[in-house]
Design a protein around this ligand. Structure first.
Ligand SMILES: [Mg+2]
Length: 273
């Protein structure tokens, strides 16, 4: 455990008391973007999929898939929704198909399944890296007895955590495979987070949610979680605040863990501006 992950209140230079959240007994982490640096791998897989596909369509529809396309049409959405939303932005209408469609079938599901193959190939090729600061924060939480869950809408959560060496680091995992089997609605519905809290046997009101997507922040708020912290990875902190985040940080190094007299913990947010 890095001692710098448990900072004392008032250790910042501003002289203003750090905003404090809690008490909490548990933390539920979103996976992609909060624990792991997977956005880059997803973006590369989406770009490969759509740039190939757009080649077969004429006119301005051929314009390559851009970072703006990723943020506007794909990021945070379930895979098939992302395919549909992006294609309709280029006025391309494609049959939905079925989940079982092979990756070479030209349907929304087929393209989504092809993207999944590309993503898994990126993981195999480049490996998944976790944020060191998230690992330090987890170490601090563990030293205070705070229980932890990792939640993801992705069916690749276990693959991603295993590649990052973190598969055994959480008390509870809830992924896209289970959420489909249990019939849980996707974010912004709070079902995934509530399932994690139930399995941790904690009260949502005494649980913090950490999320980098607008839909996930909204889910934390809708689920009655006591603390919802937005993690700004994409440069859009206002959209996380608008979705209901109590506070937005650029990285988990801005958070420190402190004992609360009732046995739980409090989170302090350091002002680094
Ligand atoms: Mg995320």
């Amino acid at each position: 455990m890095g001692s710098n992950s448990i900072r004392l209140s008032g250790s910042g230079t501003s002289g203003v008391a750090a905003p404090t959240f809690g008490p909490i007994d548990a933390v539920v982490f979103d996976t992609d973007g909060v624990i792991t640096r997977t956005a880059e791998l997803h973006r590369a897989a989406w770009k490969r999929l759509f740039d190939d596909y757009l080649m077969t369509h004429g006119g301005d529809r051929q314009r390559p898939f851009s970072d703006e396309d990723y943020l506007a049409h794909v990021d945070g959405r379930p895979r098939y929704d992302g395919v549909e939303t992006f294609l309709s932005s280029r006025r391309i209408d494609l049959a939905y198909g079925e989940r079982a469609d092979a990756p070479d079938v030209e349907t929304v599901c087929g393209l989504g399944n092809r993207k999944d193959e590309y993503f898994q190939a990126e993981v195999a090729k480049r490996g998944v890296h976790a944020y060191d600061t998230t690992i330090a924060f987890m170490d601090a939480l563990r030293s205070f007895g705070v229980v932890m869950a990792a939640v993801s809408a992705s069916e690749n959560q276990r693959l991603v955590l295993e590649s990052a060496g973190l598969l055994g680091s959480f008390d509870v995992l809830v992924d896209g495979v289970e959420s489909r089997e249990l019939g849980l609605a996707g974010k912004p519905d709070p079902a995934l987070f509530l399932e994690a809290a139930a399995r941790l046997a904690v009260e949502p009101a005494r649980t913090a949610v950490l999320e980098d997507a607008r839909s996930g922040v909204a889910a934390g708020r809708a689920g009655g979680f006591g603390t919802v912290i937005g993690v700004n990875r994409g440069g859009r902190p206002d959209s996380l605040r608008a979705a209901g985040a109590d506070v937005v940080v650029d990285d988990l190094e801005d958070l420190s863990v402190h004992q609360h007299p009732d046995g739980g913990c409090q989170l302090h947010v350091e002002d680094r501006s």
